[in-house]
Design a protein around this ligand. Structure first.
Ligand code: PLP
Length: 389
């Protein structure tokens, strides 16, 4: 291992040389089933032929021109994002955390216009929004924040899923400008809020003139059976942040907005050197087209809900299992103990999975997995859990 990388990750002792669909091969040629897709990124699987062709073709034409000139592929991507979100305008960046920064900067501008000195944002306990300073400050994890104080101010925290807590803050705090929430919390261990929660948030935001921002970076782009997870409820936010699967592995993120939030910036107020360059924008357009024409959302919903059902049935009698939850192919299995070592045991059995919050097995497989692959993941996970008791 090199000593020239900063000490930020604890990688598993494996490196992959290539992939195809939901399969990965390590440097020794051993095959693995991918049940995490690079943390919810490679939703269309590895080495997708159509994406490979588009990327190669664009590389022979133009990778980058900079935002000093028009970028037609970027305009096309913004059109597609408006269509799938139902919102108006997009800012394109390179990661999830930058999409969050954009949403927070829009909130500051709109809050200042309303005369707020420090426009407040209600954020949720156990949330995760990224690693840059404002996104980190919005995140509900002391562990992630420790050592980086002083944090950016203005964030007011509420328990996730608790609408009364939001109503209480509304009565007491006159400085709030927005609510930022993941429709399904990812890093927190795939936590699904009670039905009606997002719609009630919308009502409160309307009543107090706040912006409603959904962080769909992990839950979005067909993973739960809709383009975006909040679309399971009849709710329209003011802004959505999206990234991860948008270009199936090329770095791209977007903050998509409607109404005043869509028109908050004037030229020069925000930007990004690489943001929305021709290569990532064309790739993201192709990803969205494939997702639409192949009904990837419907497939994810069918396969994922089948897996959830299987897990619920097969794990029902295991005392170590606290909860099986999720939606579509965003699945969490909470155990009564620390299970981080399961990542290594699963790897030995040829499945790549993730554990979050130390006790929750997190599955975010590529959305194109077939029923046999889904069954293999269920079999391996159930076998590993059965060894606990
Ligand atoms: C819900 C959510 N928001 C934001 C982020 C940050 O995204 P990125 O790592 O691309 O900056 C993540 C990453 O896991 C996430 O899951």
């Amino acid at each position: 291992m090199t000593t020239h990388l900063m000490n930020t990750y604890l990688p598993l002792p494996v490196a992959f040389a290539r992939g195809e669909g939901a399969w990965l091969w390590d440097e020794d040629g051993k095959r693995y089933l991918d049940a995490i897709s690079g943390l919810g990124v490679c939703s269309l699987g590895h080495a997708h032929p159509q994406l490979a062709e588009v990327i190669a073709d664009q590389a022979t034409k133009l990778l980058h021109s900079g935002n000093l000139v028009r970028i037609p592929w970027q305009e096309q991507l913004a059109d597609r994002l408006a269509a799938v979100t139902g919102l108006d305008k997009a800012f394109l960046c390179n990661s999830g955390t930058e999409a969050i920064e954009c949403a927070l900067k829009v909130t500051r501008i709109i809050g200042h216009r309303k005369g707020l000195h420090l426009p407040g944002v209600i954020v949720m306990e156990q949330s995760f929004h990224g690693r840059t300073m404002a996104a980190l400050s919005a995140t509900g994890s002391r562990k992630a924040q420790a050592g980086f104080e002083p944090l950016v101010g203005g964030f007011v925290r509420a328990p996730f899923g608790n609408i009364d807590a939001i109503a209480t803050i509304a009565r007491r705090n006159q400085d709030i400008a927005a609510v930022l929430v993941e429709p399904i919390q990812g890093e927190a261990g795939i936590r699904v809020p009670p039905p009606g929660y997002l719609a009630r948030l919308r009502d409160i935001c309307d009543e107090f003139g706040w912006l409603l921002i959904f962080d769909e970076i992990q839950s979005g782009l067909c993973r739960t059976g809709k383009w975006y997870a909040h679309q399971h409820e009849d709710v329209v936010p003011d802004m959505i942040t999206t990234a991860k699967a948008l270009a199936n592995g090329l770095p791209v993120g977007a903050c998509v907005a409607r109404g005043p939030a869509a028109d908050a910036f004037v030229p020069g107020q925000h930007g990004s050197t690489f943001g929305g360059n021709p290569l990532v924008s064309r790739t993201a357009c192709t990803v969205l087209d494939i997702m639409r024409t192949e009904d990837i959302a419907g497939h994810a919903e069918r396969i994922g809900n089948g897996m959830l059902e299987q897990f619920r049935q097969r794990l029902a009698t295991y005392p170590a299992v606290r909860d099986v939850r999720g939606r579509g192919l965003m699945i969490g299995i909470e155990l009564d103990r620390e299970v981080s070592r399961l990542k290594q045991s699963a790897l030995e059995r040829g499945v790549l999975l993730n554990v979050t919050q130390e006790r929750v097995i997190r599955l975010l497989p590529p959305l194109i997995i077939d029923p046999a692959q889904a069954e293999e993941i269920v079999d391996v996970v159930c076998a590993l859990i059965s060894e606990f008791d």
